[in-house]
Ligand binder design. Structure first.
Ligand code: SOE
Length: 388
């Protein structure tokens, strides 16, 4: 049987994980990678052991052996690359955020619907089995409603002012930095797990490190480059933010994001308080789900096939006590995406867990509302999201 062909455009930090996940599927071929130049594509193709390397994305998209395009380029290239792939009738798995702003996000969402192809955004934290467990418990009404949804997503890889990434450059990363990069994950997770949409937001944004020192090249996420000749760059976008939330049914919420907070490596935490019990999931301790109770001792559900509900079981690969990780959850998303794509990606057969361009577009609307709220001096801003 001929394998499905995959091509990846934009080999940065996350690209290796896309390739690993696809190779783990077994029935998908990593056909080619494309970079910003032939030289960088050759280097990455050698590193990832991929046969074909293209110095421009159009050639990769035109390759007849490739049916699925993974777009892991910097944010400013999401629109042109994804649009070109959709127009060529290819399925697309895009890194988050889908686009730089709601206008771009809407164009991509509409183009994907019109092209009738698989369209997925890597909100990969949905792929964790205990995230699906929490989602199922809430959907079945076991928490007896939700009063408060809160948490944070904190990192420290931008603490050093010598780290200058394209994410801090509005022309390449978009007007928002921390909110677009990791706030987008938190909000997607909060909406997915709770089943509730955020209706309005009140945001307070800060730039803790207003001057960064650039070596001329963009630092990869989590890299620690601080050598070489550097020039100062004034940073306008936020590296720290706190946001109050009102969900559609009146449920309250709040979250903070920051990428300059020493000691916090990839500290995503989501807590949901219901009338019957509370649930808390921490990405850095992702094999446990905390269950808080009022009249009984609190508990911890371990990731164990015999404990979770059937909808979460699908996302577990190992017996209890065998820790699963970020890469396993990422794989789960890629597996669901390819299963859907191989069926022809019919909208009504989309796995519940799978985030599509609709979710990616919504995410750009959420971030936009937060930016507007802050710019207006911290006022409540309604999230404007136009459905197809
Ligand atoms: C960097 O902040 C980053 O790689 C994000 O871009 C990813 O989406 C997140 O999963 C891990 O951190």
């Amino acid at each position: 049987m001929k394998k499905t062909g995959m091509g990846l455009i934009g080999p940065g930090f996350v690209a290796a994980h896309h390739i690993d996940a696809v190779r783990r599927l077994g029935d998908v071929d990593v056909v080619a990678v494309a970079g910003s130049s032939q030289e960088s594509a050759n280097k990455k193709a050698k590193e990832y052991k991929v046969d074909r390397a293209y110095g421009d994305f159009h050639t990769l998209i035109a390759d007849p052996d490739i049916q699925v395009i993974h777009n892991t380029t910097p944010n400013y290239l999401h629109l042109p690359v994804t649009m070109a792939a959709l127009q060529a009738g290819k399925h697309v798995i895009s890194d988050k955020p889908l686009a730089m702003n709601p206008e771009e996000g809407r164009k991509l969402r509409n183009a994907a619907v019109a092209a009738k192809v698989g369209n997925v955004v890597t909100f990969n934290y949905r792929g964790n089995p205990l995230v699906q467990q929490a989602r199922g418990m809430i959907a079945r009404g076991e928490t007896e409603g939700l009063s408060f949804i809160h948490g944070h997503y904190l990192q420290d890889w931008m603490t050093d002012p010598n780290v200058y990434s394209w994410r801090s450059d509005p022309a390449k990363g978009g007007v928002s930095s921390a909110l677009g990069d990791i706030g987008s994950h938190w909000c997607d997770l909060a909406e997915h797990v709770s089943g509730l949409k955020i209706d309005s937001v009140l945001a307070d944004l800060t730039t803790v490190i207003p001057i960064r020192y650039s070596s001329g090249a963009s630092a990869e996420a989590f890299s620690k480059e601080s050598t070489g000749e550097r020039t100062p760059v004034r940073v306008q976008s936020e590296d720290l933010a706190s946001v109050l939330l009102r969900f559609e049914n009146g449920t309250k919420g709040c979250f903070s994001v920051g990428q300059v907070l020493p000691g916090h490596k990839n500290d995503l935490q989501l807590e949901l308080n219901g009338r019957a019990f509370s649930l808390k999931w921490k990405q850095e301790e992702q094999n446990e789900l905390w269950i808080g109770r009022h009249n009984q001792p609190n508990g911890v559900m371990m990731k164990d096939p015999s404990l979770v509900s059937p909808d979460a079981l699908r996302y577990i690969h190992l017996p209890g006590g065998h820790q699963e990780s970020w890469a396993d959850a990422f794989f789960n998303l890629i597996r669901d995406a390819y299963e859907w794509i191989c069926e022809g990606a019919p909208p009504d057969a989309k796995p519940t867990m799978l985030p599509t361009f609709e979710d990616g577009y919504r995410s750009t609307c959420l971030i936009d509302a937060m930016l507007k709220s802050h710019a207006a001096g911290g006022v409540w801003e309604k999230v404007k999201h136009i459905s197809v």
